[in-house]
Design a protein around this ligand. Sequence first.
Ligand code: GCO
Ligand code: MG
Length: 403
Amino acid sequence: MKITDIKIIVASPGRNFVTVKIYTDEGLTGIGDATVNGREKSVVAYLEDHLVPILIGKDPMRTEDIWQYLYKGAYWRRGPITMAAISGIDMALWDIKAKAANMPLYQLLGGKSRDKVMVYKHVGGLDISEVVEGVVKMREAGLDAIRAQVSIPGLPPIYGTGPSLDQTKGGMITALPTEEVWATHKYLPLVPKLFEKVRDAVGWDVHLLHDVHHRLTPIEAARLGKDLEPFRLFWLEDAVAAELQEGFRIIRQHTTQPLAVGEVFNSIYDLQTLITEQLIDYIRVTSVHAGGVTGLKRIFDFAAIYHVRSACHGPMDVSPVAMGCNIHVDTAINNFGIQEFSGYTEETYDMFPRSWRYERGYLHVGETPGHGVDIDEKVAAKFPYSPAYLPVARLEDGGMTSW
Ligand code: GCO
Ligand code: MG
């Protein structure tokens, strides 16, 4: 089999998505997700200018060799743009391979290790009572795992809380970046109060999660972890910016609160220390940013040796194609932890016909050959690219900070 053509489709059915479509001389096609939220066009250029020309004529069945060819062959290794481009190609190649085998992708990854995939969804609010109300509703909707975020009183709503939380309505994604305000000393005492009220309302059978979004220092995160211990959270996510993996040693010394990190990582080398030293409990890499099916499976197998579980990043900017690949990997591996799932706009669902399905807190893998997600190009053509940025964050004195 030979690759005859590769098309890059950019569309914005609520969010911008970059989709790779690979054609072969045997008529089989495959698709992959290559979206980097807020930097979409740089991946399009990387693919169209640099990867498409060198892949035409190659054998699409050689998924490992093509992955290495693009990774090692670039000389400039890793990085979000390179790895999203490789991810999009890799997903499309696995799609073709599984279609050629006439099997759902999970069969090629070892077969089913579970029947369904537990997900968590997000609840936010401008104050604690609004969040509690949202968590109760989410529980009634069947969720066994819920992420709770609250705005800081006296400050404007921040990303992940308040009205912006509904990612299906666009979240805080705007044509130019909005500037948010952050104050750690106001946030730290608030979060334990939130979880005390949430536990009072929904009890102890439900998994509760919280995303710090990289906003603390290690010792501040350690304090928060200790203060949250009575409420037994499933995890504390992205407590610090994780470029310095060793920072997690400080958090780990002080608290038994389980820790999750990794949504911005794109290679196994970004998480080597975190995993080998068992500084975290869940690794949040996802197929679209960590090297496709090949990259994700390799990282999760590595994590398994160190008792670290999977927790694929799955917000609305991870397209239904990457979500489909995640679900196949989640279903196949032994060390599955949880899958994030925000849901999508109706337009997005129309654009990506798929065999996976969501039902009351769980995702179910599809049985169609390939990864089971397709793209309807007529629908895609109705939603052209529209510039969109994530917010940035400043301290109350105007200084830039992590968010
Ligand atoms: C999460 C996140 C996301 C990211 C977003 C960036 O845990 O789902 O932190 O909301 O901020 O995906 O593009
Ligand atoms: Mg996060």
